[in-house]
Design a protein around this ligand. Structure first.
Ligand code: C5P
Length: 304
């Protein structure tokens, strides 16, 4: 392939996250329901002799710890001949360190994009095993939509779409470290229970029973203890009519699911002044995952 091509990489929220136990490899065993959302990073790849990455977001790592470069290197070492390069350009819209999976989604996009650019004979199984090597959330973004994640969160089972339901993201002006959060959880003597709150039972009735499998996010207790404003935002979302409100992944984003776009807009207007410095992003669920769109300068950019 000779021209520049482009991928779209969505964010996710965890509609629920249950920590089931600790694994011998230090990771935690999870049961989580992922939902891809309409908030996208854009990734471009052009043929080049070496592998390089430029990114418009200064807080995203530009070195080898960036999951885009890790994904590109992992793919290249799986298919080493002939030596290949690419000039990658990442445009970030997904907040970094927010529990929205942006880096993992960018990594999944990289695998798909470079497989196309380098015309590799990658199979679905190749991509899934590379994704697991790179990070626990990467495999989900090869599917997108709504899916159950087990194991480290990397064994993916697609779930029925619930349609494009409205979601309000509250992104505080700080990030939370995933490794640190899991570390604090492990330091507790017992793992917390699933954390069903009475206030959320009516919310579950708005869809078929058990659509969210487990209610709650077991990491909230650790993160909310350190950052009480996240718990306050969650309560404020419920007070403003969210049918379900919780932290995404290991935070720092807290989101609310609303029954209609109008009630979301009202909640956003009410919460903005109460949480200065927070970014409130109106979005909705999508059935898509990371995907290659086409040439960066062609019709694909406007058509999607
Ligand atoms: O896989 P990823 O790099 O996103 O995970 C970051 C860190 O979060 C891991 O190094 C680990 O400490 C923790 N983690 C965990 N159990 C999981 C996922 C992540 O303990 N299922």
């Amino acid at each position: 392939m000779s021209g520049t091509i482009w991928a779209r990489c969505p964010a996710k929220v965890n509609l629920s996250l249950k920590v089931v136990g600790r694994r011998p490899d230090g990771y935690h065993e999870l049961e989580t329901v992922f939902q891809a959302i309409e908030l996208w990073d854009d990734l471009e790849a052009a043929p080049a002799p070496a592998l390089t990455l430029s990114c418009d977001e200064p807080t995203a790592p530009g070195d080898d710890s960036n999951l885009v470069l890790r994904a590109a290197r992992a793919l290249r070492s799986r298919f080493p001949e002939p030596a290949r390069g690419a000039a990658l350009r990442l445009r970030k819209r997904i907040p970094v360190g927010g529990g929205l999976g942006g880096g993992s989604s960018d990594a999944a996009g990289t695998l798909l994009l470079l497989s196309r650019l380098w015309e590799l004979p990658t199979t679905v199984a190749d991509l899934a095993s590379l994704a697991r090597e790179i990070g626990a959330d990467v495999a989900f973004f090869l599917h997108g939509g709504r899916a159950l994640g087990t194991g480290r969160g990397d064994r993916i089972e697609p779930l029925r779409s619930l349609g494009p339901f409205p979601i309000l993201l509250g992104c505080p002006p700080f990030a939370v470290s995933t490794a640190r959060t899991f570390g604090s959880l492990a330091a507790r003597l017992t793992l917390p229970a699933a954390g069903v709150s009475v206030g959320e039972f009516p919310a579950l009735k708005w869809r078929e029973e058990n659509d969210f499998r487990y209610t709650g996010n077991d990491l909230e207790c650790v993160v909310f203890a350190e950052h009480p404003e996240l718990g306050a935002f969650r309560g404020a979302l419920l007070g403003e009519g969210a049918r379900l409100a919780r932290m995404s992944g290991s935070g720092s984003t807290v989101f609310g699911v609303f029954g209609a776009e109008e009630s979301l807009a009202e909640a956003r207007a009410a919460l903005g002044p109460r949480f200065p410095g927070w970014r409130l992003i109106a979005t909705r669920a999508t059935d898509a995952g990371a995907h290659v769109v086409g040439t960066a300068s062609g019709a694909g950019r406007t058509g999607d």
